[in-house]
Design a protein around this ligand. Structure first.
Ligand code: SF4
Ligand code: SF4
Length: 147
């Protein structure tokens, strides 16, 4: 039977929540990005998620690029291998509002290019179609090599 997860409220004085965690905060990073307003912006985000192990989410009105990947210093027992010299961003992060027990629910979450495109279609004006010049062939053009 699976072991029940220790709750924050179960911690005894002096105990650290991270002792019971699988190092969730060391397995990704997220960067705030500009709120997308154009087809070009959505096209960029589409490209981000084409790389895999990435997602876009919106939390509290801010858009983020989420990149999954374990920190190279995370050890098999889920402790930090460079605790005394860990980066400042790790030092300032606290367990107060960490993701130990959150359900990773965001206002919006996109993990595929199609999801982003569908959302863009719902919120943006129709995508402008490239205008065809008179007499222009319908076939795609290929770059020519000069001799
Ligand atoms: S700060 Fe929170 S998410 Fe990170 S290792 Fe500690 S308990 Fe887990
Ligand atoms: S340096 Fe240590 S605390 Fe910071 S993300 Fe990596 S394993 Fe986690």
């Amino acid at each position: 039977m699976a072991k029940a997860k220790v709750r924050r409220s179960d911690l005894k004085p002096g105990e650290v929540l991270c002792t019971y965690c699988t190092g969730r905060c060391c397995r990704y990073f997220a960067l705030p990005i500009e709120t997308p307003t154009t087809w070009g912006d959505f096209d960029h985000m589409r490209w981000y998620v084409m790389h895999g192990r990435t997602a876009i989410f919106v939390d509290g009105g801010t858009w983020y690029l989420l990149v999954f990947g374990d920190c190279q210093n995370l050890m098999e027992d889920n402790r930090c291998g460079i605790y005394n010299t860990r980066p400042q961003i790790c030092r300032t992060y606290t367990t107060d509002n960490c993701e130990y027990d959150n359900d990773a629910c965001y206002d919006k979450y996109f993990e595929s290019p199609d999801q982003l495109w569908e959302y863009a279609e719902a919120v943006l004006p129709p995508k402008p179609q490239p205008r065809k010049k008179a007499g222009e062939p319908n076939l795609p053009t290929l770059p020519m090599l000069s001799s």
